[in-house]
Design a protein around this ligand. Structure first.
Ligand code: NI
Length: 204
């Protein structure tokens, strides 16, 4: 990664990241191409593989775009909510660490158990604990860095048939590993987008 000097460079990097998040991915124009699996009998949709690669890539890129999005912010800025009654930037970063640790555990449960029931949690209450409101963000950035690396390695190691493995979500019903991948790939980007848009609107 190229290190950019000065605020101008950082702002450009933020603009680029924001533009990338806004642009539609390949999965928006899903192609119907099929190819044979190594086993030869079962057909696999090649478009599904490409789409999943794109989602995994979003998970891989998240630590970098998140780090860029908070670069140079002081304590007052980090403690600014992204909207009325919304979380602060600091809370958002801690929330991403909390949420994605849960996501990693959920996925490992789906991979290692048959149709497990996922544990839900109150994300607003998690974001309101004292440490989630005040503790410096470096710890969560470090968690996300290591966690996303493990996460990508895990996802890339899976055989094709793992993606249809499922779990029971107590609130939303049956959910597959593939659906969870999409949800979390987009989840990380959504929060980075909130941070970048706040910075843009404040001129930071
Ligand atoms: Ni969230």
């Amino acid at each position: 990664m190229v290190r950019r000097g000065g605020r101008g460079g950082e702002q450009n990097a933020q603009e680029e990241n924001l533009a990338k998040i806004k642009s539609p991915g390949k999965f928006e124009e899903k192609r119907k191409v099929t190819m044979k699996t190594q086993a030869g009998s079962k057909k696999v949709n090649k478009a599904d593989i490409e789409v999943r690669k794109e989602w995994i890539d979003k998970i891989r890129q998240l630590p970098r775009i998140l780090n860029d999005s908070v670069k140079g912010l002081d304590d007052d800025q980090l403690n600014t909510p992204y909207g009325r009654g919304k979380w602060t930037i600091l809370q958002l970063v801690h929330h991403l660490a909390d949420s994605h640790m849960n996501a990693f555990v959920r996925m490992k449960l789906i991979i290692t158990e048959d149709n497990p029931t996922l544990k839900t949690y109150e994300q607003d209450d998690w974001a309101r604990t004292h440490e989630a409101r005040h503790y410096p963000l470096a710890s969560s950035l470090n968690i996300i860095q290591g966690l996303h690396e493990r996460w990508c390695n895990l996802l890339e190691s899976l055989p094709e048939n793992a993606w249809k493995r499922s779990a029971i979500h107590p609130e939303s019903g049956n959910i597959t590993l593939e659906q969870l991948l999409k949800i979390y790939a987009e989840h990380g980007e959504l929060h980075v987008k909130r941070i970048l848009e706040l910075r843009k609107s404040k001129g930071w």
